[in-house]
Design a binder for this molecule. Structure first.
Ligand code: AMP
Length: 246
C-alpha cells in the first residue's frame, strides 16, 4: 500500500497563520487535501506539498497522557523545571534559564525560533542553527480520526493530538530524554513536558498574552547531532495506538 505525506502551510499578509501535516493512504489524499484547504478560515497564500513516502517506521503506542492544573504559570514552570531536572540531571538553574528564553524569544534576534532548541546534559545549548532550531516532521497516526475522537471525548483538543504525535516521535529517539513546549499563540496557555514515557499537560504554562513560545529538546551528552536531525526531520513515523490516559 502506498502512503503519501501531505504538508500544508498558509499565510496572510506574509505572516504564517496555519500549518499541518498528514501521512495518509493514497486513496485518502484527495479528502485530506480538501480538509487542509478548509483549515485556515482566511489566507492569501497556501502551499500544499504531496510526496510519496518510501519507508515508514511504526510506534505501537503514543506516550501516556496526564494533565495537571496549577494556580499560576510560575508554579507550573517550577514543577516543569523540577521534573526535567529529575529526569535529565541537568542543573535546575540552567533549565530555568532556557525556559525563560523560550518565554522571551529564544532566537538570537529575540523572536520565536521556528523549531526546537537542543540542550545536552551538561546544560549546553547545541542546536546547529539558533534561529531555526530543529523541526520534528513526518509523523502522524495510522488512524488519526479514531485517536482524535478518543482524545476529544476526554476533553483534549486537536492541538493535543498534533503535539502528542511530535512528543511521541521525539521521545522515541534514543538521544532525547525530555521535551518542554509552550505555544507561541498568545491565547493558548497550555503547555507540556514529555518525559518518562508521559506527555504531561500543564496548565497554565505561560502568561496569557505572551506572543513568544517554543520547544526545548533535552538530550544525552553522546548525542550525534547529524543523526538526531536526520531522525527528527526525515524518518517517517506512524503511531498505531494511544497510550494510557492517566
Ligand atoms: P505550536 O505548538 O505549533 O504552537 O509551536 C510552539 C513552538 O514550538 C513554535 O513557536 C516553534 O518554536 C516550535 N515548533 C513548532 N513546530 C515545531 C516542530 N514541528 N518541531 C520543533 N519545534 C516546533
Amino acid at each position: 500500500m502506498s502512503y503519501f505525506s501531505i504538508k500544508m502551510r498558509a499565510s496572510l499578509s506574509g505572516k504564517h497563520i496555519s500549518g499541518s501535516e498528514r501521512i495518509v493512504k493514497e486513496e485518502d489524499v484527495r479528502n485530506v487535501i480538501d480538509q487542509l484547504l478548509k483549515r485556515p478560515k482566511i489566507f492569501d497564500f497556501m502551499n500544499i506539498k504531496i510526496q510519496k513516502v518510501e519507508s515508514i517506521d511504526y510506534i505501537k503506542k503514543s506516550l501516556d497522557i496526564m494533565s495537571i492544573t496549577f494556580s499560576d504559570f510560575e508554579k507550573a514552570n517550577e514543577f516543569a523545571a523540577d521534573l526535567i531536572n529529575k529526569s535529565t540531571g541537568i542543573d535546575k538553574g540552567k533549565i530555568e534559564e532556557y525556559i525563560r528564553m523560550i518565554h522571551t524569544g529564544a532566537s538570537p534576534d529575540g523572536e520565536v525560533m521556528r523549531g526546537a532548541m537542543v540542550v545536552n546534559r551538561k546544560g549546553e545549548r547545541i542546536e546547529m542553527d539558533k534561529f531555526r532550531g530543529v523541526r520534528t516532521t513526518n509523523v502522524d497516526y495510522r488512524d488519526r480520526e479514531r485517536i482524535k475522537s478518543i482524545l476529544l471525548g476526554k476533553g483534549y483538543t486537536e492541538r493535543t493530538l498534533d503535539a502528542l504525535a511530535i512528543a511521541t516521535k521525539n521521545l522515541n529517539c534514543e538521544y532525547i530524554l525530555a521535551e518542554y513546549c509552550i505555544s507561541d499563540d498568545p491565547n493558548y496557555i497550555h503547555g507540556y513536558v514529555a518525559t518518562y514515557g508521559r506527555y504531561i499537560r500543564l496548565y497554565p504554562l505561560k502568561d496569557r498574552g505572551n506572543t513568544k513560545g517554543g520547544r526545548i529538546y533535552f538530550v544525552d551528552d553522546d548525542v550525534n547531532l547529524v543523526k538526531l536531525y536526520h531522525y527528527l526531520e526525515n524518518n517517517t513515523i506512524l503511531i498505531e495506538d494511544l497510550g494510557e490516559i492517566v
